[in-house]
Design a protein around this ligand. Structure first.
Ligand SMILES: O=C(CO)[C@H](O)[C@H](O)COP(=O)(O)O
Length: 232
């Protein structure tokens, strides 16, 4: 299986957890896109779901393919969210936000009774931190926020570049009109301390550490898709 087929395998396995009539959070990224394509085929066959997208990108794809969408304000309590991840550790703690949708992804996952992560095995790590941690920050005072993040990192014994995410026309802007700082700290031994510290910084809107959120992760490899369950 090539990289795309692995994503499709994970998405296909996740679809088995989606029941007729569910209120469904729909994630963002290339793996989540495969899930949307498979879901759209079921919807075309008469399967009923109410979807809440985690980004404008996912909303566009859903609309193009006929997946019914609602806003989270219309459907503030969801049954299940299916989303990708940039990293997954053995305790199903995640780094998310590579696609820039971390704030909406975290809000939607938090509004869901269950979250299932879909990924290929390249995303599995023994400790979070190989992937740069996305931190969504207010545009106002970004230099001061970055210094506050650096000081926090140093208190926790972490170091590494903290880079403003760029795209071709300048700084990358999230759907909420915020900037992203990508923090290359390397291995993060105490993800809880980092998450708590980031949450306490005024300019930080949200960070990409998703701790105690995923109930299951469906990991696709050449041997098929296997499901890891959270211990909580
Ligand atoms: O967090 C995300 C977007 O903000 C994505 O879930 C994450 O980046 C994984 O994307 P992909 O499936 O393309 O590897």
């Amino acid at each position: 299986m090539d990289a795309r087929q692995l994503k499709i395998a994970a998405a296909q396995a996740a679809l088995e957890h989606v029941e007729d009539g569910m209120r469904l959070g729909i994630g963002t990224g290339s793996t989540a896109d495969e899930f949307v394509r498979l879901l759209a085929e079921k919807v075309a066959d008469g399967f009923k779901i109410q979807g809440v997208p985690t980004s404008e990108r996912t909303a566009r794809l859903c609309m193009e393919l006929g997946v019914p969408l609602y806003s989270l304000d219309d459907l503030p309590e969801l049954d299940l969210t299916i989303d990708g991840a940039d990293e997954v550790d053995g305790a199903l703690r995640l780094i998310k936000g590579g696609g820039g949708a971390l704030l909406r992804e975290k809000i939607v996952a938090s509004a869901s009774s269950r979250m299932i992560v879909i990924a290929d095995e390249s995303k599995l790590v023994d400790m979070l931190g190989r992937f740069p941690l996305p931190i969504e920050v207010a545009q106002f005072g970004v230099a001061a926020t970055r210094i506050a993040v650096e000081r926090l990192a140093s208190r926790l014994g972490l170091s590494g570049e903290i880079a403003l995410r760029l795209e071709k026309d300048g700084a990358y802007l999230t759907d909420g009109n915020h900037f992203i700082l990508d923090a290359s700290f390397g291995r993060i031994p105490d993800a809880e301390a980092l998450a708590n510290g980031l949450a306490a910084i005024a300019g930080v809107v949200e960070h990409g550490l998703f701790l105690n959120m995923a109930n299951a992760a469906i990991i696709a490899s050449q041997n098929g898709a296997r499901t890891l369950l959270a211990q909580n």
